[in-house]
Design a binder for this molecule. Structure first.
Ligand code: SAM
Length: 312
């Protein structure tokens, strides 16, 4: 249960209709929402399913687990599991492996995580340099900011944050050590960028540190590979990402079954891929959704189906 002293900031589910429509192919099938968050998508999935269906909701964040459990309440079809989706195949009870009709991934952080100052995700609020989504990794934002050498810091700000001022920012972080709080870090970054780019640069650098702390690209690769094993033939993978590096991994994996996007061919030259993408074009939120929920603006939804005969 949620501690009464804690407010859970509700997360508005992104592209809810689009996710549900693409995910559910069998009203009595087994589904996994691997990013349970506040439970918005899970509730909508449950509403569309029949009495024989099963839904597993996974999150590594205890606050998300508590809030979603309270919101969903008693539903014998739904099981909530705490853990990192990088270990999805071990979290799911063995009888369901290879039997799953659909897996949903809504990557990144929830509104709650961003708004809860003491989690340290926000550059707009004073908080500790933490940014851990779950209790599974020892690494914190403090460790990254205060112990990484110049090259490592510069590269992660450049690659994970896609921030052009990565050199100046990395050097200014090193010069200012030790840095204790999110606001100290925000001030140091702000001094390195022109005022009109400040908010974007802050968002990019904080995102880069968060991706590093939570090893987000590594666990994404793991969950895509394991998700494929868990799906039944004809089962669907529905993935929403908010960052071009994540989207590239998802796109390549759905197209080729590997992260480089290299399509293998059989003896006769026919392409061999364990998944078939369902949409040619990536799906993005419409203007009304972006107006209603600006946090949805960078979302990219991709869907693929596991090849094979669903009857096999
Ligand atoms: C964008 S939110 C999901 C919001 C949810 N779809 C809803 O409608 O409320 C992402 C959630 O995924 C969780 N998450 C991110 N990475 C994870 C991982 N590797 N393992 C388990 N949960 C993860 C976060 O803790 C967060 O609660």
């Amino acid at each position: 249960m949620v501690n009464n002293m804690t407010t859970y900031y509700e997360h508005t589910p992104v592209m809810l209709q689009e996710c549900i429509e693409h995910l559910i192919t069998d009203p009595n099938g087994t589904y996994i929402d691997a990013t349970l968050g506040g439970g918005g998508h899970t509730l909508a999935i449950l509403e569309k399913l029949g009495p024989q269906a099963r839904v597993f909701g996974v999150d590594q964040d205890q606050q998300a687990i508590d809030a979603a459990s309270q919101r969903i309440g008693e539903d014998p079809r739904c099981t909530i599991l705490k853990g990192n989706f990088g270990y999805l195949s071990t979290l799911l009870p063995p009888p369901f492996r290879g039997q799953v009709a659909g897996i949903l991934l809504d990557l990144g952080v929830s509104t709650h995580q961003l708004k809860e100052a003491k989690r340290g995700f926000s550059f707009q609020q004073e908080g500790p340099l933490d940014m851990r989504m779950g209790a599974y990794t020892g690494l914190t934002a403090y460790d990254v900011v205060n112990t990484y050498d110049y090259e490592r810091l510069r590269d992660l700000i450049f690659h994970y944050g896609e921030e052009r001022g990565s050199r100046k920012i990395a050097q200014s972080i090193i010069d200012a050590r030790p840095i204790e709080s999110t606001q100290e870090l925000s001030t140091i970054i702000s001094e390195q960028v022109p005022p009109k780019f400040r908010i974007k640069s802050l968002a990019r650098v904080f995102q880069a540190i968060r991706i590093e702390v939570n090893q987000e690209l590594e666990v994404l690769k793991q969950v895509l590979q394991q998700g494929l094993e868990l799906l039944a033939p004809g089962g669907r993978m529905v993935v929403m990402s908010y960052h071009s590096l994540e989207d590239r991994l998802v796109k390549n994996f759905m197209k080729s079954g590997n992260f480089e996007g290299l399509i293998e061919k059989d003896f006769y030259g026919n392409p061999v891929c364990p998944l078939t993408p369902i949409n040619r074009q990536v799906i993005t939120p419409n203007d009304q959704e972006i107006d209603r929920n600006p946090a949805s603006r960078s979302a990219k939804l991709r869907v693929a189906e596991k090849v094979g005969d669903p009857g096999s």
